[in-house]
Design a protein around this ligand. Sequence first.
Ligand code: ADP
Length: 474
Amino acid sequence: MDLGEFAMIVDGESVRSRSGRTFESVDPSTGVPVASVARGDLEDVDRAVRVANAAFEGRWRRRPPAERGSILLDLANLISDRADELAALESLDTGKPLHEARLDVAVAARYFEYYAGAVDKIFGQTIPVSSDALAFSSREPFGVVGHIIPWNYPIAISARTVAPALAAGNTSVLKPAEQASLTPIRLAELGLEAGLPPGVFNVVPGFAEEAGRALAEHSGIRRLSFTGSLETGREVMAACAAHVTPLTMELGGKSPHLIFADADLRRAVPTIVEAIIHNAGQTCTAGSRVIVDRRIESDLTELLRQRLAGLTLGRGLDDPDMGPLISQSQLDRVAGYVGVAQEQGATIVVGGERTRPGDLDGYFFQPTLLADVQPEHVVASQEVIRFQGVEEAIRIANDTPYGLTAAIWTSDLDLAMWTANRMEAGQVFINCYGAGVELPFGGWKQSGFGREKGMEALLEYTQSRTIAAVLAKP
Ligand code: ADP
């Protein structure tokens, strides 16, 4: 399949990179290129930031909020109208099963719908100082927001970060990941179709060291939202230090499922498995540590094994249970981690090998469950760790530099709430996993700071201004 060339979107137009260079986007199921993409660099980023700033001042920030909301709602509807086409493109570019890609597209539409409805409800406060003074605060946009996103959920994360930024009155320059840039480019095209003025939502695809670095270092960026790995996050923070650019950092996780002895395993097991196989485990919230009461460890392990062993793997567009990893380097990394875990004494319950479903030559790795894992082991698959007593369960769950999400499985509400209150994580789920657009999302500890989703994200994309006046007697 050849989808041709994908241009960058700058100032309302599809344009080639200034250098004329392109790079290939590969189908991870086969390793074969499916499209060529404009390869943006410093010059393109600089132009995008300048036009975004002009659009901010001239066309967007002073537009009545209800009008901005109406355009964002139109965009939500366009995404829904084009759901089939967008989902197929996402599945092809990332390798994820079609049903997952459809979900991502529906979520992308929902972000625009949610924030469209919030645009004219961003309130300030009046502040009591004295009866002869008037003091109030308002929430103001920053200006040009930079968005650097990863390859695992290109359309959903684009929407998650751009929708609240635009709703708050900012304009955006987004750099997608080089492995998966196609749907963010389509999203910006749909934005234009929905009526976003030129320059409000720009997409500059390209490589980390060219476009990514240029965006993080640009003095015209007034706020930056980064989603990606911890190591890259540190580099981006350092780059932002030069201009004291405020940041939202959404980094990795090693999220635990705590399974108490009275948990309803029929309910828990499908969700635990889904939480690790979704997007082939390439999710910051992947529930990769199963911390289980030792009394039910063998029952749970067997149920997980059965379910994981029965999963189908294949090309995303054929809609299997699980697709390939995104790239050869990711495949090598996962295989390396499993090897290290075995050397450290972990045993493979199921999986553990590279595979070629239907002779596909892409980056497939079997769904893998490891047992006999010690809390200090470093592994990148799903692992089972046993505990004895709630205190130990909590200690193991929190014993990681990360703190993104956690899940608690028990029928005892007191135990659930007591444990939830002690989780070092931005989101805690009880007898469920995964949250919608409405719930603030972000990390504790080295999982990052700032919040995406919900009304908290909208506030992240605003800054407060207080005006105070002392009233003299006329
Ligand atoms: P991964 O999830 O593959 O570990 P990264 O965290 O490295 O990905 O990358 C996430 C995003 O950050 C991608 O869009 C990538 O191009 C970009 N990126 C990587 N390194 C830098 C950097 N030093 N400065 C700015 N952006 C970067």
